[in-house]
Design a protein around this ligand. Sequence first.
Ligand code: HEC
Length: 117
Amino acid sequence: MKKNILLFALISIIALPFCSTSKKAAGNKGKEVPKVSYVTDVSPILQDRCAPCHFPGGKRRFLDTYAAASGNIDEILYRVQLPVDSSGFMPFRSKKAPLSDSLIQVIKLWKAQNMPN
Ligand code: HEC
């Protein structure tokens, strides 16, 4: 009898890392989907690639605040994914480096996670 209990305990300990229930309960789709936010992830990308044109001092519609970024999210995503040689592509005329797939993925994730600040 005691042996069975020990065996059960041992199997539970071994099986625990493979159990994903707790992660799902935390509202995360799994380890590989990181949580992104405006302040830590999206704002630095926009500052790096969209300034100075879309920031105070620039001539275009500003993308310098949470409200501006979230309010223009669809057009932002649309333009950074256009073909690089298309006239609407951003960053404009590649004056800044185009966004890599992983940076675009960060912005897409932000939208999918309801754009937390
Ligand atoms: C070198 C300056 C420059 C940079 C850098 C730049 N843009 Fe633009 N952007 C422009 C110009 C010029 C236009 C107007 C031309 C057009 O609509 O295609 C524009 C237009 C836009 C528009 C349409 C609204 C508007 O202001 O006319 C959006 C949205 C936009 N850009 C997003 C971005 C994003 C997102 C980035 C960074 C990834 C970026 N841009 C980087 C110059 C820039």
